[in-house]
Unconditional design. Structure first.
Length: 169
């Protein structure tokens, strides 16, 4: 099965997307820390899932969409997928700490492992890993860079406009 790829321009840079008939596999920022492994079957081209993702991303960045309705097919371990699906349940405009996320996936002592899985999320924005912050309210690591995380949280109203990258208002 061919995986189709494309690029989408956004306020946070040119995003790379990949999808097949199974669903959306990847959404990557320009300088993604952990890029998804590409297969030999990954080829530039159009696909219905890519068109849906492009439209929904445009709506999100325009402030008209709060949740995504796309077929998703992230590839990872069972533990990683449990963390990623838990991200989808963090409401728009809200944040949780890594410890809270660990508790939500039933692994309250696995904060570091949950953080690592969060960092390997292949579908940021759609599975909103940007909504996970430090216990002290600081913006911690993010695959798209802290300025992108700050932008996304401000877009959603989760941070006051004067909030800086170190958790200070």
């Amino acid at each position: 099965m061919t995986t189709h790829t494309t690029f989408v321009d956004s306020p946070v840079g040119r995003l790379f997307l990949a999808a097949s008939d199974d669903g959306l596999h990847a959404l990557e920022f320009p300088d993604n820390r952990h890029p998804v492994r590409r297969g030999d079957d990954w080829q530039p081209g159009e696909h219905a899932v890519l068109r849906m993702a492009r439209r929904q991303l445009d709506e999100y960045f325009a402030g008209k969409r709060r949740a995504f309705d796309l077929p998703l097919a992230p590839r990872g371990t069972a533990f990683q997928r449990s963390v990623w699906w838990s991200l989808a349940r963090i409401p728009y405009g809200e944040t949780v700490s890594y410890a809270q996320l660990a508790a939500r996936v039933g692994k309250p002592t696995a904060t570091r492992a949950v953080g690592a899985a969060n960092g390997r999320n292949p579908l940021p924005i759609v599975l909103p890993c940007h909504r996970v912050i430090g216990a002290d309210g600081s913006l911690t690591g993010f695959g798209g860079g802290l300025p992108t995380k700050q932008f996304l949280l401000k877009l959603e109203g989760a941070l006051p406009p004067e909030f800086d990258l170190f958790g200070r208002a």
